[in-house]
Ligand binder design. Structure first.
Ligand code: SF4
Length: 134
């Protein structure tokens, strides 16, 4: 069955058609090879980078923005979100720090996508070099 989609890899937004011919994905409408790769991935196993928030203790805000370290299978997003909803981070935390390893056993980590200081205005966690307590 022919699938139609718009390539989101670059602003050109090519209109792609993907067809399964004899077990092989045939892509049309792509202006470059990246579009063909995107369409094949979308047809076989669509992947998405998940962004969300988790609760954070002792921070200046109640929620910490987070992002997966790599795209995850679209069909696993709900399972991963259930795991994300159970995570609680601790301030202070730096952008890029791992908040949860191997979230929902999907092979990627959940990362803080912003630095957040604690309620005392401290941006360095206990493990950071230069921390007064380390
Ligand atoms: S097929 Fe290539 S040129 Fe077209 S939108 Fe995708 S990445 Fe851009």
């Amino acid at each position: 069955m022919k699938k139609e989609m718009i390539c989101i890899i670059c602003p050109m937004g090519c209109h792609l058609q993907v067809d399964n011919i004899d077990g092989d994905c045939v892509v049309q409408g792509n202006a470059c090879p990246r579009g063909a790769n995107y369409a094949k991935q979308e047809a076989i196993c669509p992947m998405r980078t998940l962004t969300s928030t988790v609760r954070i203790a002792n921070a200046i805000h109640p929620l910490l923005p987070v992002i997966t370290s790599a795209p995850v299978p679209k069909q696993k997003l709900f399972v991963i979100m259930e795991a994300v909803n159970r995570v609680q981070a601790e301030a202070p935390i730096k952008s890029g720090s791992v908040v949860a390893h191997n979230i929902a056993n999907c092979g990627v980590d959940l990362l803080a996508s912003r630095t957040m200081e604690n309620i005392h205005g401290n941006k360095q966690s206990a493990g950071d070099p230069g921390h007064p307590g380390s």
